[in-house]
Write a protein that binds this ligand. Structure first.
Ligand SMILES: [Zn+2]
Ligand SMILES: [Zn+2]
Length: 268
Protein backbone atom coordinates (compact mmCIF):
# COMPACT_ATOMS: atom_id res chain seq x y z
CA UNK A 1 0.00 0.00 0.00
CA UNK A 2 1.46 3.41 -0.93
CA UNK A 3 2.32 5.66 2.00
CA UNK A 4 -0.74 7.88 1.99
CA UNK A 5 -1.35 7.14 5.62
CA UNK A 6 -0.33 10.36 7.35
CA UNK A 7 -2.25 13.63 7.24
CA UNK A 8 0.00 16.67 7.69
CA UNK A 9 -2.61 19.38 8.08
CA UNK A 10 -5.53 19.03 10.47
CA UNK A 11 -7.53 21.59 12.48
CA UNK A 12 -9.45 21.15 15.72
CA UNK A 13 -12.15 23.13 17.46
CA UNK A 14 -9.43 25.60 18.51
CA UNK A 15 -9.51 27.06 15.00
CA UNK A 16 -12.50 29.36 14.47
CA UNK A 17 -13.03 27.98 10.96
CA UNK A 18 -13.52 24.35 12.09
CA UNK A 19 -16.88 22.65 11.84
CA UNK A 20 -17.90 20.76 14.98
CA UNK A 21 -17.54 18.08 16.12
CA UNK A 22 -13.79 18.37 15.75
CA UNK A 23 -12.20 17.51 19.07
CA UNK A 24 -8.92 15.63 19.27
CA UNK A 25 -10.85 12.54 20.42
CA UNK A 26 -13.17 12.76 17.38
CA UNK A 27 -10.12 13.01 15.12
CA UNK A 28 -8.37 10.07 16.76
CA UNK A 29 -11.39 7.85 16.28
CA UNK A 30 -11.73 8.90 12.65
CA UNK A 31 -8.00 8.35 11.99
CA UNK A 32 -8.23 4.86 13.41
CA UNK A 33 -11.32 4.09 11.36
CA UNK A 34 -9.53 5.19 8.19
CA UNK A 35 -6.31 3.32 8.95
CA UNK A 36 -4.02 6.34 9.25
CA UNK A 37 -0.76 5.86 11.13
CA UNK A 38 -1.09 9.40 12.40
CA UNK A 39 -1.71 13.06 11.72
CA UNK A 40 -0.40 16.51 12.62
CA UNK A 41 -2.69 18.92 14.43
CA UNK A 42 -1.95 22.34 12.99
CA UNK A 43 -4.27 24.99 14.38
CA UNK A 44 -3.87 28.63 13.36
CA UNK A 45 -1.53 30.59 15.63
CA UNK A 46 -3.59 33.73 15.04
CA UNK A 47 -6.63 31.89 16.45
CA UNK A 48 -4.63 30.93 19.52
CA UNK A 49 -3.66 34.59 20.05
CA UNK A 50 -6.67 36.66 19.03
CA UNK A 51 -10.42 36.59 19.67
CA UNK A 52 -12.40 35.58 16.60
CA UNK A 53 -13.31 39.04 15.26
CA UNK A 54 -9.71 40.24 15.47
CA UNK A 55 -8.33 37.03 13.96
CA UNK A 56 -10.40 37.61 10.82
CA UNK A 57 -9.44 41.27 10.52
CA UNK A 58 -5.79 40.31 9.89
CA UNK A 59 -4.40 43.62 11.21
CA UNK A 60 -1.39 41.65 12.46
CA UNK A 61 -0.41 40.93 8.83
CA UNK A 62 -0.25 44.63 7.98
CA UNK A 63 1.31 45.67 11.27
CA UNK A 64 3.47 43.23 13.23
CA UNK A 65 3.17 45.46 16.33
CA UNK A 66 -0.47 44.30 16.61
CA UNK A 67 0.83 40.78 17.22
CA UNK A 68 3.60 41.95 19.54
CA UNK A 69 0.96 43.54 21.78
CA UNK A 70 -0.79 40.22 22.40
CA UNK A 71 2.17 37.86 22.10
CA UNK A 72 2.79 37.45 25.82
CA UNK A 73 -0.84 37.13 26.82
CA UNK A 74 -1.50 34.73 23.94
CA UNK A 75 1.39 32.44 24.70
CA UNK A 76 -0.24 30.70 27.68
CA UNK A 77 -2.99 29.47 25.33
CA UNK A 78 -0.44 28.18 22.82
CA UNK A 79 1.65 26.63 25.57
CA UNK A 80 -1.37 24.79 26.93
CA UNK A 81 -2.20 23.63 23.39
CA UNK A 82 1.40 22.41 22.93
CA UNK A 83 1.35 20.54 26.25
CA UNK A 84 -1.90 18.79 25.34
CA UNK A 85 -0.55 17.72 21.95
CA UNK A 86 2.76 16.59 23.39
CA UNK A 87 0.93 14.26 25.73
CA UNK A 88 -0.52 12.52 22.65
CA UNK A 89 2.74 12.04 20.75
CA UNK A 90 2.86 8.31 21.43
CA UNK A 91 -0.50 7.98 19.66
CA UNK A 92 0.74 9.11 16.26
CA UNK A 93 -0.28 12.74 16.79
CA UNK A 94 2.23 15.47 16.06
CA UNK A 95 2.10 18.92 17.62
CA UNK A 96 1.89 21.51 14.88
CA UNK A 97 0.87 25.03 14.01
CA UNK A 98 -0.19 26.87 10.87
CA UNK A 99 1.37 30.30 10.80
CA UNK A 100 1.32 33.41 8.61
CA UNK A 101 4.03 36.03 8.09
CA UNK A 102 3.40 39.75 8.53
CA UNK A 103 4.20 41.93 5.50
CA UNK A 104 7.37 42.94 7.35
CA UNK A 105 8.42 39.27 7.25
CA UNK A 106 8.10 38.09 10.88
CA UNK A 107 6.08 34.99 11.74
CA UNK A 108 2.88 35.42 13.76
CA UNK A 109 4.23 33.26 16.56
CA UNK A 110 6.96 33.58 19.12
CA UNK A 111 10.10 32.15 17.46
CA UNK A 112 11.27 30.21 20.52
CA UNK A 113 7.83 28.72 20.96
CA UNK A 114 7.63 27.73 17.28
CA UNK A 115 10.79 25.67 17.70
CA UNK A 116 9.05 23.53 20.30
CA UNK A 117 6.52 22.21 17.80
CA UNK A 118 7.04 19.05 15.73
CA UNK A 119 5.61 20.60 12.58
CA UNK A 120 5.37 24.22 11.43
CA UNK A 121 3.24 24.95 8.37
CA UNK A 122 3.58 28.34 6.70
CA UNK A 123 0.60 29.85 4.87
CA UNK A 124 -0.63 32.99 3.14
CA UNK A 125 -4.33 33.58 3.90
CA UNK A 126 -4.73 37.31 3.46
CA UNK A 127 -2.67 40.28 2.33
CA UNK A 128 -3.44 44.00 2.13
CA UNK A 129 -5.33 44.80 -1.07
CA UNK A 130 -6.77 41.26 -1.08
CA UNK A 131 -9.68 42.18 -3.33
CA UNK A 132 -8.86 45.60 -4.72
CA UNK A 133 -5.09 45.97 -5.30
CA UNK A 134 -3.98 45.84 -8.93
CA UNK A 135 -3.05 42.25 -9.82
CA UNK A 136 0.61 42.98 -10.49
CA UNK A 137 1.05 44.81 -7.20
CA UNK A 138 -0.75 42.02 -5.35
CA UNK A 139 1.44 39.37 -6.99
CA UNK A 140 4.57 41.21 -5.87
CA UNK A 141 3.35 41.40 -2.29
CA UNK A 142 2.31 37.75 -2.40
CA UNK A 143 5.71 36.61 -3.68
CA UNK A 144 7.53 38.63 -1.05
CA UNK A 145 5.31 37.21 1.71
CA UNK A 146 5.70 33.63 0.47
CA UNK A 147 9.49 33.94 0.20
CA UNK A 148 9.55 35.42 3.72
CA UNK A 149 7.72 32.31 4.98
CA UNK A 150 10.28 30.12 3.22
CA UNK A 151 13.13 32.04 4.85
CA UNK A 152 11.82 30.95 8.24
CA UNK A 153 12.27 27.47 9.62
CA UNK A 154 9.00 26.01 8.47
CA UNK A 155 8.52 22.38 7.43
CA UNK A 156 5.70 22.68 4.90
CA UNK A 157 4.35 25.46 2.70
CA UNK A 158 0.53 25.25 2.75
CA UNK A 159 -1.84 25.75 -0.24
CA UNK A 160 0.75 27.94 -2.04
CA UNK A 161 -1.59 29.81 -4.42
CA UNK A 162 -4.99 29.45 -2.73
CA UNK A 163 -5.21 33.13 -1.82
CA UNK A 164 -5.69 33.87 -5.55
CA UNK A 165 -8.55 31.35 -5.80
CA UNK A 166 -10.25 32.76 -2.70
CA UNK A 167 -9.86 36.34 -3.90
CA UNK A 168 -11.15 35.25 -7.34
CA UNK A 169 -7.99 36.47 -9.02
CA UNK A 170 -6.02 34.90 -11.88
CA UNK A 171 -3.46 32.33 -10.65
CA UNK A 172 0.08 33.72 -11.21
CA UNK A 173 1.62 30.66 -12.85
CA UNK A 174 4.83 32.61 -13.60
CA UNK A 175 5.50 32.71 -9.84
CA UNK A 176 5.54 28.93 -9.47
CA UNK A 177 9.21 28.72 -10.40
CA UNK A 178 10.67 31.21 -7.86
CA UNK A 179 8.53 29.73 -5.05
CA UNK A 180 9.41 26.13 -5.83
CA UNK A 181 13.08 26.95 -6.33
CA UNK A 182 13.32 28.63 -2.92
CA UNK A 183 11.45 25.80 -1.18
CA UNK A 184 13.83 23.28 -2.78
CA UNK A 185 16.89 25.26 -1.66
CA UNK A 186 15.52 25.43 1.88
CA UNK A 187 14.51 21.75 2.04
CA UNK A 188 10.87 22.69 2.68
CA UNK A 189 8.00 20.46 1.60
CA UNK A 190 4.96 21.79 -0.26
CA UNK A 191 1.51 20.35 0.28
CA UNK A 192 -1.28 19.23 -1.98
CA UNK A 193 -4.28 20.59 -0.10
CA UNK A 194 -7.76 19.20 -0.69
CA UNK A 195 -9.83 21.56 1.47
CA UNK A 196 -12.33 23.90 -0.28
CA UNK A 197 -10.51 25.47 -3.26
CA UNK A 198 -8.07 22.63 -3.81
CA UNK A 199 -4.55 23.96 -4.24
CA UNK A 200 -2.02 23.91 -5.87
CA UNK A 201 -2.71 22.63 -9.39
CA UNK A 202 -1.00 19.80 -11.29
CA UNK A 203 1.56 22.11 -12.97
CA UNK A 204 2.72 23.35 -9.60
CA UNK A 205 2.96 19.77 -8.32
CA UNK A 206 4.94 18.71 -11.40
CA UNK A 207 7.43 21.52 -10.82
CA UNK A 208 7.85 20.41 -7.19
CA UNK A 209 8.67 16.90 -8.35
CA UNK A 210 11.16 18.23 -10.92
CA UNK A 211 12.92 20.16 -8.14
CA UNK A 212 13.01 17.11 -5.89
CA UNK A 213 10.52 18.47 -3.36
CA UNK A 214 8.65 15.90 -1.30
CA UNK A 215 4.92 16.56 -1.38
CA UNK A 216 2.90 16.61 1.85
CA UNK A 217 -0.54 14.98 1.85
CA UNK A 218 -2.74 17.56 3.53
CA UNK A 219 -6.49 17.33 3.94
CA UNK A 220 -6.51 20.65 5.85
CA UNK A 221 -9.35 19.05 7.80
CA UNK A 222 -11.97 21.53 9.02
CA UNK A 223 -14.67 18.88 8.89
CA UNK A 224 -14.20 15.37 10.29
CA UNK A 225 -15.04 13.75 6.94
CA UNK A 226 -11.99 15.35 5.29
CA UNK A 227 -9.42 13.64 7.53
CA UNK A 228 -7.09 11.35 5.57
CA UNK A 229 -9.10 11.58 2.34
CA UNK A 230 -6.38 11.91 -0.29
CA UNK A 231 -8.40 11.05 -3.39
CA UNK A 232 -7.73 14.52 -4.82
CA UNK A 233 -3.98 14.29 -4.14
CA UNK A 234 -3.90 10.86 -5.76
CA UNK A 235 -5.60 12.13 -8.89
CA UNK A 236 -3.17 15.08 -9.21
CA UNK A 237 -0.19 12.76 -8.79
CA UNK A 238 -1.59 10.35 -11.39
CA UNK A 239 -2.20 13.25 -13.73
CA UNK A 240 1.49 14.19 -13.63
CA UNK A 241 2.54 10.60 -14.22
CA UNK A 242 3.49 9.40 -10.74
CA UNK A 243 2.64 5.70 -10.53
CA UNK A 244 1.28 4.39 -7.24
CA UNK A 245 4.41 2.24 -6.96
CA UNK A 246 6.58 5.40 -7.02
CA UNK A 247 4.65 7.37 -4.42
CA UNK A 248 7.17 6.64 -1.70
CA UNK A 249 9.83 8.56 -3.66
CA UNK A 250 7.77 11.74 -3.75
CA UNK A 251 5.53 11.81 -0.70
CA UNK A 252 6.70 13.65 2.43
CA UNK A 253 7.17 11.27 5.36
CA UNK A 254 8.02 11.41 9.05
CA UNK A 255 11.66 10.65 8.15
CA UNK A 256 11.67 13.61 5.75
CA UNK A 257 10.36 15.84 8.52
CA UNK A 258 13.42 15.11 10.61
CA UNK A 259 15.74 15.93 7.73
CA UNK A 260 14.47 19.54 7.63
CA UNK A 261 17.34 21.79 8.81
CA UNK A 262 15.21 23.16 11.65
CA UNK A 263 15.12 19.74 13.29
CA UNK A 264 18.89 19.40 13.12
CA UNK A 265 19.43 22.40 15.38
CA UNK A 266 19.50 22.14 19.12
CA UNK A 267 16.04 23.17 20.25
CA UNK A 268 17.28 25.46 23.00
ZN1 LIG B 1 -4.47 27.60 5.59
ZN1 LIG C 1 -5.28 25.02 7.60
Amino acid sequence: MPPLDFDWHVHTERSYCSEPPLSIDDLRREAERKGLIGFAITDHTAHLHFPEDRAWRYEFIEDYAVFEEVREQGNPRIEEYLERLRSLRGNGILAGIEVEAAVSGELIVDDDLAREFDVVIGAVHWLPGYKDAPQEEFEELFLRNTLALLDHDIDILAHPTRIFRRAERPIPTHLYEPIVRRAAERGISIELNSHSQKDPDADFARLCIEHGIKIAMSSDTHNIRELGDFSHQRSILRKIGIADSDLDKHVFTLDDLLSNPRHRRPSK
